[in-house]
Design a protein around this ligand. Structure first.
Ligand code: B1M
Length: 212
């Protein structure tokens, strides 16, 4: 965490004013955006998760830290919107049924958008039938699902099955990700790709669509 100690501490405490000020400092100092996200923000959220697991911190503090990270990400968003403007493909994204975690999903959306993909974001707690309904409407190239809870991962194969029943499975590529999700799991449920982070979500999406 070293370089971003003050930012890490502020996210951990859920101190929005200090965190956004530290964030702005890092941006003004021309720090690498990916480095700020990884070592300034995500590292702090990992620590929040760690403390939550140990019973040292509870849901309200976890929510406050999440809100703080979201406010920090708003400062980064304009910096990411510099990608080229040629549409690379349509992506329908959401956090699966029963799951309310959206920070990682939002980061993936942001990075994909800045890389030129057109994003339709369904938000959180998205049931399979909603993915299907929206896929029929927007005809995406990729359906992207995020899950942060081991208990909500089964909604991923359920969504894939629902896409199949609606006759859409051959028309879309399915990408999955989120902390408990693995490459093996992606194979097991016959998703087309797994990405471990937002950066690799962009490269995997390009690969899926045959874009260099
Ligand atoms: Co929750 N939570 N949470 N939580 N939470 C975790 C996930 C947990 C690991 C904490 C812990 O115990 N250590 C644990 C899950 C255990 C498990 O199932 N394995 C947990 C739990 C248990 C819970 C509750 C059940 C707690 C409770 O109520 N008792 C509850 C469940 C609510 C629900 O969803 N139904 C709950 C609630 C919450 C809050 C609402 C308070 C809040 C979320 C707020 C929000 O998202 N708006 C919250 C938070 C903040 C966390 C932690 C601390 C941080 C998550 C986060 O935002 N990380 C988390 C611990 C942790 O992850 N270390 C934890 C930063 C984010 C950028 O990373 O989301 O992993 P992440 O995204 C990454 C990659 O995973 C990947 O790219 C992103 C960027 O690199 N990625 C994709 C994500 N989606 C992708 C999709 C892709 C590709 C890549 O393609 C489609």
């Amino acid at each position: 965490m070293g370089e971003y100690k003050a930012l890490n501490g502020a996210v951990l405490k859920g101190d929005i004013n200090t965190a956004t000020a530290e964030m702005q400092k890092a941006i003004d100092a021309d720090k690498n955006v990916q480095d700020i996200i990884d070592n300034g923000l995500i590292a702090a959220m990992d620590e929040v998760g760690e403390r939550f697991s140990k019973g040292l911190l509870f849901v309200p503090q976890m929510l406050r830290a999440a809100k703080t990270m979201q406010e920090c990400m708003k400062l980064i968003e304009p910096l990411l919107q510099k990608g080229d403007v040629t549409p690379k493909g349509k992506v329908l994204i959401g956090t699966v049924r029963g799951d309310l975690h959206d920070i990682g999903k939002n980061l993936v959306s942001m990075m994909m958008e800045s890389a030129g993909f057109m994003i339709t974001d369904l938000g959180v707690d998205v049931p399979p039938e909603k993915f299907v309904q929206k896929a029929q409407e927007v005809e995406p190239d990729i359906v992207a699902m995020s899950a942060l809870l081991s208990t909500t991962m089964p909604a991923m194969p359920q969504t894939i099955e629902a896409l199949g029943k609606a006759g859409l499975r051959a028309k879309v590529k399915v990408m999955i990700g989120g902390a408990p999700v693995t490459e093996n799991y992606a194979h097991e449920i016959r998703a087309d790709a797994y990405a471990s982070d937002a950066g690799s979500a962009v490269s995997k999406a390009k690969k899926l669509l045959g874009i260099s």
